[in-house]
Design a protein around this ligand. Sequence first.
Ligand SMILES: C[S@@+](CC[C@H](N)C(=O)[O-])C[C@H]1O[C@@H](n2cnc3c(N)ncnc32)[C@H](O)[C@@H]1O
Length: 249
Amino acid sequence: MNPPRPEKDRHLVERYRRKAARYDADWARYTVGTLRRSLEHLSWQGNERVLDIGCGTGEVERLLLPLLPELRLVALDLSADMLEIARAKFSPRFALRWLRGHAQHLPFADGSFDVVLNLNAFHYFDHPVETLREFRRVLAPGGACVLTDWCTDRWRFRAIDLGMRLFDPAHHRIHRSAALRETFAAAGFEDVRLETYGVGWFWGMATVSGCAPRSSELAPRERNAAPIARPEMQHGRARAARSGRVPST
Ligand SMILES: C[S@@+](CC[C@H](N)C(=O)[O-])C[C@H]1O[C@@H](n2cnc3c(N)ncnc32)[C@H](O)[C@@H]1O
C-alpha cells in the first residue's frame, strides 16, 4: 500500500475542522441530490453490512437507517470533527459504528462488508486504483461498491480541478467519468455501471458502481490493469441505474 502523507492529511483535517459545524447547512441541497442518486445504484435485503468511507456528517446514514434499521453500518472518516457532528444525529438503537480512519488503509479483514459507499470524497485520494482495490478487498464476493464524485466532463470542472491542484494541498484530482469507470475495472470490479448527471445547474456528477468478483480469482481486466485518468478517454453517457428499491424519505 502507498505511504501515508501526513502533511496532506493535516490540511484535510484542518479544513473539515473549520467546516464541520456549518457543513450540513452549507451543502444541504447538493448533499441530498447526490446521495439519493447514489443510493439508486443499490438494491437492499435490509440487513447488509455497509461501510461508508469518508462519511462526513453522516447524511447518507440519516437517509438509510430510518428505512432500513437492520443495516449494520460502519462509517469512517479522517475528520474527528465531521464524525462528532454525525454521531450526535443518531439514536444508540441503530447498529452504527463511527470510526476515525484513512480510506487507503482500512482496518478491516478481507470480505467484511456487503456494500461499500464512497460519496463526494474521491477527488482527495492520491492513488485511485490502489484505493479502489482496498475497497474491493473489504467486500465479500459479489458485494457492491458505489462511488459518487464531481467529474471533469463539464469544462468548468476542468478549470476547478486545475485551480484546486495549484492551490489546495488536500486535493488530488477530479476525474473524467469514463476514467472513473476504467478505474473500477482496473481495480478488479465487475458489472461496472456509470451514470453522469447534474445537481442544480452547476454540479457535474458521476456515480459509478461495481461488484467484487463472485469467485476469489482476480477479474481478467485486473491482470491488465489500465492506469487512472487517461485524458483521451471518451465522455461516459448516463446509463440505467442498477435495479432495485430506492430509499426515499
Ligand atoms: C465533501 S465531504 C463528503 C461527506 C459525505 N460522504 C457526504 O457525501 O455528505 C468529504 C469527506 O471525506 C473525508 N475524507 C477525505 N479524505 C479522506 C480519507 N483519505 N480517509 C477518510 N476520509 C476522508 C473528509 O474528512 C470529509 O468528511
